[in-house]
Design a protein around this ligand. Structure first.
Ligand code: BDR
Ligand code: CA
Length: 312
């Protein structure tokens, strides 16, 4: 079967970097473009991180385009307290030589989807600003995307606030546009992603990947919870789940739902209000994960790169 083409809109970000690594290594995926957005850290840093990861991993021919540096209607939030001031925790990658693409992320998203309708899967693992801007300019992208998967939201509680998950909280007006665009949003939210933790046992297996593991995967997976491997619950790898969903939806049990985004609530702004009983669903919400199958899939894909990685 031909690999599935994907465009990844992201804000690297520890777990965005892991998502990029899976997008690059899963032999059933073809990464065709990367777009960046301000989120975990400022746009200049998320773009620099994406460019450095591209060269470190060697997908030099895949365009990386910078997008929105601020949310649609409110000041930028960040998550540097989780991802570190530069966005990739303790990791220092060599400076990138190749520049970003000479067009805005919104144009790259529209052009890529327009060029082959029905074949490119769109994944968003940061605030939804670029996607909302693309929909405003070209609503037909909602028809052209082969599927649309986000990491964001939740149906129980949040992490940025008790009610709101970070990616939705950072730009709720953009999220509102995205959920109302007439496509099915696969909402890989916190309730799902918190099932897939990089526990000490998983981190031990990451070390077995050789230099790719010790230089890249382990630092990205242990920065804020368990640098010494002693935290039993491990670190979350949210965005990785969204990329895994494209080739392995069988690992997820998902339910249709109508999702609305709260944009005004004093205590609830950024909340995704999920109605599993609605007769008019606009979303598919993964609720349960085959955790062992997920890690077999992810570590198996990374092993393939490990064996051909220049530093391995
Ligand atoms: C999401 O927020 C970011 O900090 C992570 O990269 C992930 O996309 C989790 O709430
Ligand atoms: Ca992210």
């Amino acid at each position: 079967m031909a690999p599935k083409k994907i465009l990844l809109d992201c804000d690297p970000g520890l777990d965005d970097a892991l998502a990029l690594l899976l997008a690059h290594t899963d032999e059933n995926l073809e990464l065709v473009a990367v777009t960046t957005v301000g989120g975990n850290v400022a746009l200049s840093s998320t773009t620099r991180n994406a460019l450095q990861l591209r060269e470190y991993l060697g997908f030099d021919s895949v365009p990386v385009a910078a997008g929105a540096d601020a949310p649609l209607a409110r000041p930028a939030e960040n998550a540097a307290h989780v991802h570190g001031e530069e966005g990739l925790g303790s990791l220092t990658l060599p400076a990138a030589v190749l520049p970003p693409a000479d067009l805005h992320a919104v144009d790259l998203i529209i052009d890529t989807l327009r060029a082959s309708p029905g074949t490119v899967h769109l994944i968003a693992t940061g605030p939804l600003t670029n996607i909302a801007l693309a929909l405003r300019r070209e609503p037909a992208i909602a028809k052209w995307a082969a599927s649309f998967v986000i990491m964001g939201g939740s149906f129980t509680r949040g992490n940025a606030t008790p009610a709101a998950e970070f990616n939705i909280y950072a730009d709720p007006e953009a999220a509102e546009i995205v959920f109302a665009a007439g496509w099915q949003v696969v909402m890989v939210g916190l309730d799902l992603t918190l099932q897939a933790m990089a526990t000490p046992e998983i981190v031990r297996r990451m070390h077995l990947l050789g230099p790719l593991g010790t230089e890249l995967v382990v630092p990205l997976s242990t920065f804020w919870t368990n640098p010494d491997g002693s935290e039993p619950h491990g670190q979350a790898v949210h965005d990785l789940c969204a990329v895994a969903y494209i080739t392995r939806p069988d690992l997820f049990r998902s339910r249709p739902a109508a999702v609305e985004v709260e944009t005004h609530g004093r205590f609830t702004v950024g909340m995704t209000v999920v109605d599993f009983e609605s007769p008019e669903p606009n979303a598919l919400v993964p609720v349960d994960l085959d955790v062992d199958g997920f890690w077999e899939h992810v570590l198996g894909a990374w092993e393939t790169l490990s064996s051909r990685h220049p530093r391995a």
